[in-house]
Design a protein around this ligand. Structure first.
Ligand code: MF3
Ligand code: CO
Length: 278
């Protein structure tokens, strides 16, 4: 893919994307506080939509290729794109929530997974591995590098985390991260696996949503008859974390969908974030 098909944002545009990103993260935190056994997934969707509209945003999932809700809520062997409905969250469930919003035409997109009490430690470990692989991918997204440096870092971290005697994690192949800006899904597609050093150059003004999706079993998935929900064929549980980050004009990264811009998580990996959006 040519670099020329990738949308490049200026600082003012990235400032607007930061507003969208913050609204998405604040909405996700509000949803997280409400996740407990007994609540329905549609109740979580109502909470999310109200918060996005209160914050001056518009849900970008709603109406996207006919998607009917503000968030995706995916439980256990559902990995992504679960549609909110009457299903109740149950004790021990792994719950993944994905959310996006538009402010003044600019998009934000982020996701997290959480385990409901009583927490299975192998589920929690899988979540930790998935989340940290996202940060490793963002940290590898350096100005002057190549797109698949991110892909490689994500896969390398996940494969390095298999405990002795435990099964390896599956990394979904058909889904990945993406460019984002005046649309939710833009060029380039970001694989969560592969060799480093390939694809477009990483340059100032790029914004990418980084979103590893892993399972405690196989990587093969199918889409349910609702045309959306992605489940593992082997029924293994999965996790999904996502942040939108950009490369700022000072050539440093900033995580648009993290409350602190990614400062703490990236500092732990030796990366300093941009001060241009502080
Ligand atoms: N936010 C998802 C992604 O990370 C896409 C959600 S699909 C939708 O790319 F239909 F729900 F919008
Ligand atoms: Co996304």
């Amino acid at each position: 893919m040519k670099n020329s098909s990738i949308q490049i944002k200026n600082l003012d545009e990235l400032k607007t994307m930061r507003r969208a990103g913050l609204l998405v993260r604040e909405t996700l935190e509000l949803v997280r506080e409400n996740i407990k056994a007994g609540i329905t997934t549609s109740a979580l969707d109502v909470i999310a939509e109200a918060n996005i509209r209160r914050g001056g945003g518009t849900p970008n999932f709603k109406g996207y290729h006919g998607y009917p809700a503000t968030i995706c809520v995916s439980i256990n062997e559902e990995i992504v794109h679960g549609i909110p409905g009457d299903r109740m969250i149950m004790p021990g469930d792994v719950v993944s929530v994905d959310c996006g919003a538009i402010i003044d035409g600019w998009h934000g997109d982020a996701a997290f997974s959480v385990v409901v009490d009583p927490i299975d430690s192998a589920d929690q470990t899988m979540l930790n591995v998935c989340e940290q692989s996202m940060w490793q991918g963002i940290a590898a997204g350096k100005c002057g590098g190549k797109l698949t440096d991110i892909s490689y870092a994500i896969e390398k971290y996940i494969t390095s985390q298999v405990q002795q005697g435990a099964a390896k994690y599956g990394i979904l192949r058909e889904y990945g991260g993406h460019g984002i800006g005046t649309a939710m899904h833009m060029e380039p597609h970001v694989l969560n696996y592969g060799r480093a050093g390939m694809g477009p150059d990483l340059v100032v003004g790029m914004a990418l949503a980084i979103e590893p999706m892993i399972t405690r079993g196989g990587e093969k998935t199918k889409v349910l008859s609702d045309d959306w929900t992605v489940v593992t064929i082997d029924k293994s549980r999965g996790a999904h974390f996502e942040n939108t980050f950009a490369i700022l004009p000072d050539e440093k990264p900033f995580v648009l969908t993290a409350l602190d811009g990614g400062r703490a998580e990236l500092a732990a990996l030796g990366i300093e974030i941009s001060s241009l959006l502080a």
